[in-house]
Design a protein around this ligand. Structure first.
Ligand SMILES: Cc1cc2nc3c(=O)[nH]c(=O)nc-3n(C[C@H](O)[C@H](O)[C@H](O)COP(=O)(O)O)c2cc1C
Length: 215
Protein backbone atom coordinates (compact mmCIF):
# COMPACT_ATOMS: atom_id res chain seq x y z
CA UNK A 1 0.00 0.00 0.00
CA UNK A 2 1.34 3.42 -0.98
CA UNK A 3 0.03 6.27 1.14
CA UNK A 4 0.31 9.98 0.58
CA UNK A 5 -0.33 11.76 3.88
CA UNK A 6 -1.06 15.46 3.59
CA UNK A 7 -1.27 17.37 6.87
CA UNK A 8 -2.55 20.94 7.27
CA UNK A 9 -1.99 21.94 10.86
CA UNK A 10 0.60 24.40 12.26
CA UNK A 11 0.38 23.05 15.83
CA UNK A 12 2.78 20.60 17.46
CA UNK A 13 1.25 17.18 17.96
CA UNK A 14 0.82 17.59 21.76
CA UNK A 15 -1.61 20.46 21.05
CA UNK A 16 -3.34 19.05 17.97
CA UNK A 17 -6.15 16.53 18.14
CA UNK A 18 -6.12 15.91 14.37
CA UNK A 19 -2.37 15.17 14.44
CA UNK A 20 -2.97 12.79 17.35
CA UNK A 21 -5.69 11.10 15.26
CA UNK A 22 -3.12 10.66 12.49
CA UNK A 23 -0.59 9.22 14.95
CA UNK A 24 -3.13 6.64 16.12
CA UNK A 25 -4.14 5.80 12.53
CA UNK A 26 -0.57 5.32 11.30
CA UNK A 27 0.55 3.61 14.50
CA UNK A 28 -2.09 0.91 14.01
CA UNK A 29 -1.55 0.66 10.27
CA UNK A 30 2.23 0.19 10.62
CA UNK A 31 1.72 -2.38 13.35
CA UNK A 32 -0.56 -4.43 11.07
CA UNK A 33 1.16 -3.72 7.78
CA UNK A 34 4.82 -2.73 8.19
CA UNK A 35 5.30 -2.71 4.38
CA UNK A 36 3.26 0.46 3.94
CA UNK A 37 5.10 3.05 1.83
CA UNK A 38 4.38 6.39 3.44
CA UNK A 39 5.04 9.81 1.95
CA UNK A 40 4.35 12.68 4.37
CA UNK A 41 3.62 16.18 3.12
CA UNK A 42 3.42 18.82 5.84
CA UNK A 43 1.78 21.82 4.22
CA UNK A 44 3.27 24.18 6.83
CA UNK A 45 6.77 23.00 5.84
CA UNK A 46 6.12 22.87 2.10
CA UNK A 47 3.53 25.59 1.57
CA UNK A 48 1.52 25.61 -1.65
CA UNK A 49 1.43 28.88 -3.59
CA UNK A 50 -1.92 30.47 -4.31
CA UNK A 51 -3.27 29.75 -7.76
CA UNK A 52 -1.88 32.19 -10.32
CA UNK A 53 -2.84 33.15 -13.87
CA UNK A 54 0.45 31.63 -15.11
CA UNK A 55 -0.50 28.32 -13.51
CA UNK A 56 -4.01 28.59 -14.90
CA UNK A 57 -2.65 29.11 -18.41
CA UNK A 58 -0.04 26.31 -18.13
CA UNK A 59 -2.63 23.76 -16.99
CA UNK A 60 -5.86 24.80 -18.69
CA UNK A 61 -4.79 26.25 -22.05
CA UNK A 62 -3.81 22.78 -23.41
CA UNK A 63 -7.38 21.64 -22.69
CA UNK A 64 -8.80 24.30 -25.00
CA UNK A 65 -6.02 25.06 -27.47
CA UNK A 66 -3.75 22.33 -28.94
CA UNK A 67 -1.37 24.98 -30.32
CA UNK A 68 -0.69 26.57 -26.92
CA UNK A 69 3.02 26.90 -25.97
CA UNK A 70 3.78 27.87 -22.36
CA UNK A 71 6.07 30.78 -21.57
CA UNK A 72 8.99 30.26 -19.17
CA UNK A 73 7.03 31.94 -16.40
CA UNK A 74 4.04 29.66 -17.04
CA UNK A 75 6.32 26.58 -16.96
CA UNK A 76 7.85 27.71 -13.67
CA UNK A 77 4.44 28.41 -12.14
CA UNK A 78 3.57 24.71 -12.42
CA UNK A 79 6.59 23.43 -10.44
CA UNK A 80 4.80 22.91 -7.12
CA UNK A 81 1.74 21.37 -8.78
CA UNK A 82 3.89 18.96 -10.80
CA UNK A 83 5.90 17.87 -7.77
CA UNK A 84 2.79 17.27 -5.68
CA UNK A 85 0.98 15.53 -8.53
CA UNK A 86 3.95 13.14 -8.89
CA UNK A 87 3.58 12.22 -5.20
CA UNK A 88 -0.19 11.88 -5.66
CA UNK A 89 0.29 9.51 -8.59
CA UNK A 90 2.56 7.20 -6.54
CA UNK A 91 -0.24 6.67 -4.01
CA UNK A 92 -3.21 4.35 -3.81
CA UNK A 93 -4.52 5.85 -0.55
CA UNK A 94 -4.62 9.54 0.35
CA UNK A 95 -4.77 10.50 4.04
CA UNK A 96 -5.79 14.08 4.81
CA UNK A 97 -5.21 15.41 8.34
CA UNK A 98 -6.65 18.80 9.33
CA UNK A 99 -8.72 20.82 11.78
CA UNK A 100 -12.04 22.42 10.85
CA UNK A 101 -11.57 26.17 10.58
CA UNK A 102 -14.58 28.38 9.89
CA UNK A 103 -16.66 25.35 8.94
CA UNK A 104 -14.20 24.40 6.20
CA UNK A 105 -10.67 23.15 5.62
CA UNK A 106 -7.59 25.31 6.39
CA UNK A 107 -6.71 27.58 3.44
CA UNK A 108 -3.39 25.82 2.98
CA UNK A 109 -5.19 22.51 2.29
CA UNK A 110 -7.53 24.18 -0.19
CA UNK A 111 -4.49 25.76 -1.90
CA UNK A 112 -2.86 22.30 -2.14
CA UNK A 113 -6.04 20.87 -3.68
CA UNK A 114 -6.14 23.70 -6.22
CA UNK A 115 -2.58 22.80 -7.25
CA UNK A 116 -3.06 19.05 -7.43
CA UNK A 117 -6.55 18.71 -8.89
CA UNK A 118 -5.39 20.00 -12.24
CA UNK A 119 -5.96 18.79 -15.81
CA UNK A 120 -2.99 17.07 -17.39
CA UNK A 121 -1.63 16.20 -13.92
CA UNK A 122 -4.20 14.16 -12.01
CA UNK A 123 -7.02 14.03 -14.55
CA UNK A 124 -7.71 14.48 -18.23
CA UNK A 125 -10.61 16.56 -19.39
CA UNK A 126 -12.54 15.86 -22.55
CA UNK A 127 -16.07 16.39 -23.82
CA UNK A 128 -17.09 13.15 -22.05
CA UNK A 129 -15.93 14.48 -18.67
CA UNK A 130 -12.92 14.00 -16.39
CA UNK A 131 -10.80 10.84 -16.57
CA UNK A 132 -8.43 10.01 -13.68
CA UNK A 133 -4.66 10.02 -14.32
CA UNK A 134 -3.90 8.53 -10.89
CA UNK A 135 -4.43 5.34 -8.88
CA UNK A 136 -5.85 6.70 -5.64
CA UNK A 137 -8.92 4.63 -4.73
CA UNK A 138 -9.58 5.76 -1.14
CA UNK A 139 -9.31 8.83 1.04
CA UNK A 140 -8.99 8.72 4.81
CA UNK A 141 -10.01 12.02 6.35
CA UNK A 142 -8.76 12.70 9.88
CA UNK A 143 -10.39 15.83 11.24
CA UNK A 144 -10.93 17.62 14.54
CA UNK A 145 -13.51 20.30 15.31
CA UNK A 146 -14.66 22.31 18.29
CA UNK A 147 -18.32 21.77 17.47
CA UNK A 148 -20.49 18.80 16.67
CA UNK A 149 -22.01 18.28 13.24
CA UNK A 150 -24.70 15.82 12.32
CA UNK A 151 -24.31 13.91 9.07
CA UNK A 152 -25.00 16.19 6.08
CA UNK A 153 -24.99 19.24 8.35
CA UNK A 154 -25.41 22.39 6.21
CA UNK A 155 -22.61 24.10 8.14
CA UNK A 156 -20.04 21.46 7.24
CA UNK A 157 -18.24 22.65 4.10
CA UNK A 158 -15.18 20.54 4.88
CA UNK A 159 -16.32 16.98 4.18
CA UNK A 160 -18.57 18.18 1.34
CA UNK A 161 -15.65 19.80 -0.44
CA UNK A 162 -13.39 16.77 -0.01
CA UNK A 163 -16.10 14.46 -1.40
CA UNK A 164 -17.05 16.74 -4.30
CA UNK A 165 -13.54 17.75 -5.42
CA UNK A 166 -11.92 14.32 -5.21
CA UNK A 167 -15.12 12.67 -6.49
CA UNK A 168 -14.69 14.82 -9.60
CA UNK A 169 -11.37 13.08 -10.31
CA UNK A 170 -12.80 9.61 -9.65
CA UNK A 171 -12.24 9.03 -5.92
CA UNK A 172 -15.58 8.10 -4.40
CA UNK A 173 -14.43 6.22 -1.29
CA UNK A 174 -13.99 8.71 1.58
CA UNK A 175 -13.61 7.29 5.11
CA UNK A 176 -13.70 9.64 8.05
CA UNK A 177 -12.50 9.63 11.66
CA UNK A 178 -13.74 12.85 13.20
CA UNK A 179 -12.92 14.08 16.69
CA UNK A 180 -15.81 16.50 17.09
CA UNK A 181 -16.94 18.43 20.16
CA UNK A 182 -13.36 19.31 21.08
CA UNK A 183 -14.28 22.62 22.69
CA UNK A 184 -14.42 21.70 26.40
CA UNK A 185 -16.30 24.93 27.22
CA UNK A 186 -19.30 23.65 25.30
CA UNK A 187 -18.91 19.89 25.56
CA UNK A 188 -18.11 18.26 28.88
CA UNK A 189 -17.55 14.94 27.09
CA UNK A 190 -14.84 16.27 24.73
CA UNK A 191 -12.25 13.80 26.08
CA UNK A 192 -14.57 10.84 25.57
CA UNK A 193 -15.33 12.05 22.05
CA UNK A 194 -11.61 12.31 21.30
CA UNK A 195 -10.99 8.77 22.53
CA UNK A 196 -13.91 7.47 20.43
CA UNK A 197 -12.42 9.17 17.37
CA UNK A 198 -8.98 7.67 18.09
CA UNK A 199 -10.62 4.26 18.15
CA UNK A 200 -12.43 5.02 14.88
CA UNK A 201 -9.07 5.99 13.30
CA UNK A 202 -7.58 2.68 14.42
CA UNK A 203 -10.57 0.82 12.98
CA UNK A 204 -10.05 2.55 9.64
CA UNK A 205 -6.40 1.42 9.75
CA UNK A 206 -7.54 -2.16 10.44
CA UNK A 207 -9.96 -2.02 7.50
CA UNK A 208 -7.29 -0.79 5.13
CA UNK A 209 -4.71 -3.32 6.34
CA UNK A 210 -7.23 -6.13 5.84
CA UNK A 211 -8.20 -4.94 2.36
CA UNK A 212 -4.55 -4.62 1.40
CA UNK A 213 -3.82 -8.17 2.65
CA UNK A 214 -6.75 -9.48 0.54
CA UNK A 215 -5.16 -7.72 -2.45
C1 LIG B 1 -9.26 29.75 13.19
C2 LIG B 1 -10.12 28.70 13.82
C3 LIG B 1 -11.39 28.50 13.34
C4 LIG B 1 -12.19 27.50 13.88
N1 LIG B 1 -13.41 27.28 13.34
C5 LIG B 1 -14.17 26.26 13.79
C6 LIG B 1 -15.42 25.97 13.18
O1 LIG B 1 -15.87 26.61 12.24
N2 LIG B 1 -16.12 24.93 13.65
C7 LIG B 1 -15.69 24.16 14.70
O2 LIG B 1 -16.38 23.22 15.06
N3 LIG B 1 -14.50 24.40 15.29
C8 LIG B 1 -13.72 25.42 14.86
N4 LIG B 1 -12.51 25.68 15.43
C9 LIG B 1 -12.05 24.81 16.52
C10 LIG B 1 -11.11 23.70 16.02
O3 LIG B 1 -11.67 22.99 14.95
C11 LIG B 1 -10.80 22.72 17.15
O4 LIG B 1 -10.07 23.43 18.15
C12 LIG B 1 -10.01 21.51 16.72
O5 LIG B 1 -9.73 20.69 17.82
C13 LIG B 1 -8.72 21.91 16.05
O6 LIG B 1 -7.99 20.76 15.64
P1 LIG B 1 -6.49 20.54 16.13
O7 LIG B 1 -6.59 20.28 17.63
O8 LIG B 1 -5.99 19.36 15.37
O9 LIG B 1 -5.74 21.78 15.83
C14 LIG B 1 -11.70 26.69 14.93
C15 LIG B 1 -10.42 26.92 15.43
C16 LIG B 1 -9.63 27.91 14.88
C17 LIG B 1 -8.24 28.14 15.43
Amino acid sequence: MNILHVCANPKPIEQSVSKQLAARFFGKLMELNPDVELNNVDLYQDKPPYYSNDLYRRCWMPVFDAAYEPTKAEEAAANYAQKQAEAFKQADVLVLTMPMWNFAMPAVMKAWMDQVITPGLTFELSATGPKPLHNVTSIVLLVASGGIYKEDDDRDALTRQVRAAFGFIGIKDVRIAWADGQNPLFFSDSEVRRETAFEAAEELAEELAEESAEG
